[in-house]
Design a protein around this ligand. Structure first.
Ligand code: FE2
Length: 239
């Protein structure tokens, strides 16, 4: 499944991994220009390279919103193939990141600028990225949900703060682009999540913690492979 939107001044492409229900985003200002990828999945490396090739884009930066537990990142494979800069937040435990970013830093390619928002909770290395009218929320804010907080130094208290004091303070028409969706939804808005997301209909941090403590979810199937591979920055020949 792919969605391609060419806005007047930029290329925005959302790709989906069926196995882990991960969304990957390709951004560029126009054909023939620099590109940036957010949350790539290693198995789709060639697909991304084909898209870049078709649009005559040069991949210069690749970002993971956090250390993923449900798939092996394509960050390192893409960097090996294109020499692009691997970017994660400063709290990331990845051993191979080229550039660590922190709250309020700006990541630029051509005339596109992403502002870094530190949004811990799902993991302690979870970051969101704001680009004008849209925000890439990783697993912090999902559509009608929020990322689980029960492993990788997750904290439902921190997540409440990331949600209610950061992401949900963005303008209500800000487009929400999560790292996953399990129900076929591709985007939402801050206003819609405030109104409809069942996890956000709480009156206090304690109420939120109570909800998150009682999810009783099984660990992701890939967790024991994905987390160490993503920390070490393995490429496909090392898996
Ligand atoms: Fe995650």
């Amino acid at each position: 499944m792919q969605f391609l939107i060419i806005l007047s001044d930029m290329i925005f492409k959302q790709l989906f991994d069926d196995k882990s229900s991960t969304y990957t985003y390709i951004l560029a200002s126009d054909k023939g220009r620099e590109a940036l990828i957010i949350d790539p999945v290693i198995e789709h490396t060639n697909k991304y390279l084909n898209v870049l090739d078709e649009l005559d884009l040069k991949l210069v930066k690749v970002i993971d919103t956090h250390i993923h537990a449900d798939h092996v990142t394509g960050l390192n494979e893409l960097s090996k193939k294109t020499n692009c800069t691997k970017i994660m937040g400063e709290k990331s435990k990845s051993e191979v990141v080229d550039l660590h970013v922190k709250e309020d830093d700006k990541i630029k390619i051509d005339n596109i600028e992403l502002k870094v928002i530190y949004t811990p909770g799902h993991t302690d290395c979870s970051y969101s990225y704001l680009m004008n009218d849209r925000v890439f929320t990783g697993d912090t804010l999902l559509i009608n949900g929020t990322g689980r907080t029960d492993f990788q130094n997750g904290s439902s208290k921190d997540q409440y703060d990331s949600l209610f004091n950061k992401l949900l303070k963005l303008p209500e028409n800000t487009i929400v682009l999560p790292a996953h969706d399990y129900n076929g939804k591709t985007s939402s808005t801050i206003g819609s999540e405030l109104k409809n997301n069942p996890r956000l209909q709480v009156d206090s941090v304690d109420q939120y913690i109570e909800i998150m403590n009682n999810l009783n979810l099984a660990n992701p199937k890939m967790m024991d492979i994905a987390v160490p591979a993503n920390v070490k920055g393995l490429t496909s020949d090392q898996l």
